[in-house]
Design a protein around this ligand. Structure first.
Ligand SMILES: NC(=O)c1ccc[n+]([C@@H]2O[C@H](COP(=O)([O-])OP(=O)(O)OC[C@H]3O[C@@H](n4cnc5c(N)ncnc54)[C@H](OP(=O)(O)O)[C@@H]3O)[C@@H](O)[C@H]2O)c1
Length: 283
């Protein structure tokens, strides 16, 4: 099996390549230095030359707030770029794993979203990722769509790094407590994605670390495990107005993983502990 991973300079793509290498699977990671997702001809040239059996499409425009003012560019990368990758996969007969997001759902209520729950993104980024899903489903049979949320990994900026940095000079931090979801550690997700790549259990899945929390609860757990004295003061989303509306309910059901015989990811608190260890190994 030969796997091409897009977004290798990002959090998830980096860990996917590491996981595949750990398993001795031939793989190549690419970023915008190899081709832009908006350049169909160059993308086709590079991917066809490598001739992968599987494409793990982790690359995306991930600047959620900036997407509100640069809607067209975000759409071009996340929807147009994904369509280009899906067309190439179709023509090569390759499987495609497309990474999507909880932001495809409206974020209302408190019940976990099922994979087939109605979609209604509340911001431009979510809409662009949903259009990417639709392109994959329109063009391919052999695909995995994997929705994730609240991502953290060693190769990039994320909420845990931000909280640790702020704790250096704050005794108290106000953190939003009316948005509930699940953190996703890219090292854990990469294990599942490598299992999927080797399987033919195609379909739409939700995959995050187990358990739900608010951002305030997430922050408090980070400080507890990191031995930081910083106190978390929970506040509503209205305390932090952002250009892009954030969903309040990002709970996603992982029943699809059980039904297909895939392992769920470990609990999010366990993932935080292992990530803190990874950060400290990094120095
Ligand atoms: N971060 C989250 O909280 C979150 C939540 C839900 C879903 N997701 C999804 O999870 C996936 C991985 O996210 P992540 O946090 O690992 O992303 P990330 O760290 O922001 O990395 C994004 C990657 O995409 C590449 N990229 C961006 N624009 C590109 C373009 N026009 N052409 C080619 N490559 C381009 C970047 O390459 P360069 O460095 O070369 O620009 C980089 O490697 C994405 O599909 C994202 O939508 C993320």
């Amino acid at each position: 099996m030969k796997v091409l991973v897009t977004g290798v300079t990002g959090q998830l793509g980096h860990d996917c390549v590491e996981e595949l290498q750990r398993r001795g699977i031939e793989c190549r990671g690419v970023s915008s230095k190899d081709f832009s997702l908006t350049d169909a001809a160059k993308a086709r040239e590079v991917v066809t030359a490598y001739a992968p059996d599987v494409v793990m499409h982790c690359a995306a425009w991930t600047a959620v707030d900036k997407a509100e003012s640069e809607r067209e560019t975000c759409e071009e990368v996340n929807a147009g770029g994904t369509r280009i990758m899906a067309e190439i996969c179709r023509d090569l007969g390759a499987k495609m794993i497309y990474i999507s997001t909880d932001y495809v759902f409206p974020g209302t209520g408190t019940e976990p979203w099922q994979t087939d729950s109605p979609k209604a993104p509340c911001n431009a980024y979510g809409a662009s990722k949903l259009h990417g899903e639709q392109a994959v489903q329109e063009l391919l049979d052999q695909y995995f769509i994997v929705r994730i949320s609240w991502v953290f990994g060693i190769n990039g900026k994320n909420f845990i790094r931000t909280m640790l940095r702020l704790s250096e000079n704050h005794d108290k931090l106000t953190v939003v407590d009316d948005q509930v979801g699940s953190p996703t550690y890219t090292r854990d997700l990469a294990v599942l994605l490598a299992d999927m790549a080797a399987s033919d259990k195609y379909g739409v899945y939700h995959a995050t670390n187990e358990g739900y929390c608010s951002w305030a609860e997430f922050a408090a757990e980070i400080f507890r495990q990191a031995g930081k004295a910083t106190v978390v003061e929970p506040v509503p989303s209205t305390a932090y107005p952002t250009p892009a509306v954030r969903p309040k309910n990002s709970r996603m059901s992982k029943a699809g993983l059980d039904a297909a015989g895939f392992h769920r990811l470990p609990a999010w608190q366990d993932a935080v502990g292992r990530y803190l260890q990874e950060l400290s190994n990094e120095g």
